[in-house]
Write a protein that binds this ligand. Structure first.
Ligand SMILES: [Zn+2]
Ligand SMILES: [Zn+2]
Length: 313
């Protein structure tokens, strides 16, 4: 299926209104807890690097780290982001449950909260009210907004998901998936598994995901004029399974593929293609080459127009 327009298909996005209780759980206790949740995995990462330095790392540690990273990062990029939030494809219930469980195991918040926050981001990208714009500082965009206890308006942005029983089941059982994300590596490798396949992996998945919000709104190229500061950054594209082609994504939000050319490596897109070949997903959203060329021409013309304006304007 090909997209006819870039971003008009998601409901609830028009005329964003300013919310009052955006940081309603930002009491000092909540801030301390969020800080521990953010700093804790980093402390574990530092300890793991020390172990690596002392050659106290084994193949099973690395296998758990890579395996759990791929599993939960795919849950975020393919499950929470492209499937749940942007409806880039349709799938069977069993795969839907699996993808949403995998996303929950990344510990980036419950499915409903994640999707609502992300829709608020697209609705107000780099404008007043964006949950995590670097306009308020790079640190704020990366992690400060989480420590501040940002809470999305899921009544407005996640309203359409509240009627979905599977989404609400996975959302309500969030803490079970958090338990499982540490229990699985524990079963395989005991407390070393919790360190490498649990905490170190959580630290890496978190900061790579958050780099899409921070780095990919500051550093990189902007081939498409999208009315925000989103960029294409190849390094984040590589680490975050294709999510670093973020300017492409802001231009064509429902597209299942964020890499639009063969050289824009998009592992999540390749995975969706793989699922499509095996017929477990369908109605995969694509952007036609004509539409890409049209948007590029328009963007280039807009830049030329800006540059040729008289200096006094
Ligand atoms: Zn998005
Ligand atoms: Zn963005």
């Amino acid at each position: 299926m090909e997209l006819s327009s870039n971003s008009k298909a998601i409901p609830q996005l028009s005329v964003p209104e300013q919310e009052i209780d955006r940081y309603s759980i930002n009491g000092w206790l909540a801030k301390v807890l969020y800080t521990i949740a953010v700093v804790g995995p980093l402390v574990a990462l530092a300890y793991a690097i020390k172990q690596l330095w002392q050659h106290q790392v084994y193949a099973i540690d690395i296998a758990l780290l890579v395996g759990m990273y791929m599993f939960t990062a795919t849950g975020i990029t393919v499950g929470f982001h492209r499937y749940l939030t942007h409806r880039a494809f349709k799938t069977r219930n069993w795969l839907k449950i699996l993808l949403l469980a995998m996303g929950s195991m990344a510990i980036e918040g419950p499915a409903l909260t994640w999707a609502s926050t992300h829709l608020e981001h697209h609705a107000r990208a780099d404008k007043d009210g964006d949950p995590h714009s670097p306009i308020e500082g790079f640190f704020h965009a990366h992690v400060g907004w989480i420590i501040d206890g940002f809470r999305p308006n899921s009544n407005k942005y996640g309203d359409w998901l509240r009627e979905d029983r599977i989404v609400m089941f996975i959302t309500r059982t969030f803490w079970f998936w958090v338990f499982l994300t540490f229990f699985i590596p524990y079963l395989v490798d005991g407390w070393r598994g919790v360190l490498w396949g649990g905490l170190v992996r959580v630290a890496l998945v978190h900061h790579v995901t958050w780099s899409v919000n921070s780095v990919c709104h500051v550093f990189g190229k902007r081939p498409f004029k999208t009315g925000d500061r989103s960029t294409n950054n190849w390094l984040v594209g590589l680490l975050a399974g294709g999510e670093g082609w973020h300017n492409n994504h802001h231009a064509f939000q429902r597209s299942a593929f964020h890499g639009l050319y063969w050289w824009q490596l998009d592992l999540s897109g390749l995975f969706i293609r793989f699922l499509e070949i095996f017929k477990v997903v369908d109605e995969v959203q694509r952007v036609s080459p004509e539409l890409i060329r049209k948007r590029l021409r328009e963007s280039a013309a807009a830049v030329t127009g800006q540059n040729s304006r008289p200096a006094t304007e």
